[in-house]
Design a protein around this ligand. Structure first.
Ligand SMILES: CC(C)(COP(=O)(O)OP(=O)(O)OC[C@H]1O[C@@H](n2cnc3c(N)ncnc32)[C@H](O)[C@@H]1OP(=O)(O)O)[C@@H](O)C(=O)NCCC(=O)NCCS
Length: 285
C-alpha cells in the first residue's frame, strides 16, 4: 500500500507556498487529491494499516491525512439539493453514491436546523445533527455527528460539540433557562448538558460527562463542591477541565451495598496539555 510518487506529490503540494494563489498549482494539487480520494474509496490506500513491525501493530500513513486535508483546503463551497432540502459543502467532498450491487447498506439519516434557530456563518454541521428552534450557535462552532442543540440552547464561538454531545433544550421537559455553552468550550463525545447548566468559556468537558441540576461537581483544585440551587443553575467555571467520576453513597442501603453515584469532577484548570488535547483541525473548517 505504499505509493511513493503520490505521497511525494501530496507532500509537495501541502507545503507549496503558492497553493492558495496560483491556479496551476491548485489544479495539479487537486489532481493529486482526486487520485488519493479514488484510491481511498477503493481501499487501495489507507490512513493507517496493519504493520507488525510497529509497536502498536499499526502504521499510520500521515501523508494520507495530509492529502485529505489538502482536499478541504482546495475545495470551494457548492450548493446541492434533495427535494426541498438544500446543502452547502466543499465540492471536493460530495456525498458518495452507492448502488445496491456494492452491497453496502446506507440507512437514511440527515441533519436539520429548525426555523427559528440562529446559526452563524462558519458553523460546521456534521450529519446527523439537529438544531432546534430558538437555539443560537455562534461563529466557528463545530456541531459533530449525532449532536443535538436543544431548543434555545446558547452555544458560543469556536465551541466543539463532539460526536453525540447532547445539549438539552428548554421545551421538553420544560426548563426555565436554556443551557449556555460559552466561547471556546470543548464538549467531549457523549456528553450531556441539561437543565440550564452554564459552562463558562474555555472549559473542557471530557467525553461522557453529564451535567444536570442535580449533578454535584467536585472541584479538586479549590476543594469545593459546586451545585445548583433553586435560584442558580449548575455553573462550570471558566477553563475548568471536568471529567466523569463517582462518589460513594455513605448512608442507608447505598452504603450497605457499597454503591456509588455519578459525579462530575474538576481535575484541573486548562493548561498547555489540555490545549494540546483539544486542538482542533483548522483545515476542517
Ligand atoms: C479532558 C481531556 C481533553 C483531557 O484533558 P487533559 O488536560 O489532557 O487531561 P490530562 O490527561 O492532563 O488529565 C488530567 C487528569 O484527569 C484524568 N482524566 C483525563 N481525562 C479523563 C476522563 N475522560 N475521564 C476520567 N479521568 C480523566 C487523568 O487521568 C488525569 O488524572 P491523574 O492526574 O490523576 O492521572 C480528554 O480526556 C477528553 O475527554 N477529550 C475529549 C475527547 C472527545 O470527546 N473528543 C471528541 C471526538 S468527536
Amino acid at each position: 500500500m505504499i505509493n511513493q510518487p503520490l505521497q511525494r506529490t501530496i507532500e509537495h503540494y501541502i507545503a507549496h507556498p503558492e497553493l492558495s494563489t496560483d491556479f496551476t498549482v491548485q489544479a495539479k494539487a487537486l489532481a493529486a487529491f482526486f487520485d488519493l480520494r479514488d484510491k481511498l474509496e477503493t481501499g487501495e490506500l489507507r490512513a493507517a494499516e496493519p504493520d507488525p513491525a510497529t509497536s502498536t501493530g499499526w502504521r499510520v500513513n500521515a501523508w494520507v491525512k495530509q492529502g485529505i486535508l489538502l482536499g478541504f483546503r482546495l475545495g470551494v463551497l457548492e450548493q446541492s439539493a434533495s427535494g426541498s432540502l438544500s446543502f452547502v459543502d466543499k465540492n471536493t467532498y460530495p456525498a458518495r453514491q452507492f448502488t445496491a450491487q456494492e452491497g453496502v447498506r446506507i440507512v437514511p439519516g440527515g441533519s436539520s436546523i429548525r426555523a427559528g434557530a440562529y446559526v452563524a456563518r462558519s458553523v460546521v454541521c456534521m450529519p446527523p445533527m439537529y438544531v432546534n428552534v430558538g437555539a443560537y450557535v455562534d461563529e466557528g462552532t463545530m456541531v459533530d455527528s449525532h449532536a443535538l442543540v436543544g431548543s434555545c440552547a446558547q452555544i458560543g464561538k469556536r465551541v466543539h460539540l463532539s460526536a453525540a454531545a447532547q445539549i438539552g433544550g428548554v421545551l421538553e421537559p420544560v426548563n426555565a433557562s436554556p443551557v449556555v455553552i460559552e466561547d471556546d468550550v470543548l464538549v467531549g463525545g457523549n456528553c450531556g448538558v441539561y437543565e440550564g447548566a452554564i459552562v463558562r468559556q474555555g472549559a473542557v468537558l471530557a467525553a461522557g460527562t453529564i451535567l444536570t441540576r442535580g449533578t454535584p461537581v467536585f472541584d479538586l483544585v479549590h476543594g469545593e463542591i459546586l451545585r445548583s440551587t433553586p435560584e442558580m443553575p449548575l455553573i462550570i467555571p471558566e477553563n475548568a477541565v471536568v471529567v466523569p467520576g463517582s462518589r460513594a453513597v455513605n448512608k442507608g442501603k447505598g452504603a450497605e451495598w457499597g454503591l456509588s453515584l455519578y459525579a462530575a469532577v474538576i481535575v484541573k484548570y486548562r493548561d498547555e496539555k489540555t490545549d494540546l488535547s483539544t486542538t482542533l483541525e483548522d483545515l476542517l473548517r
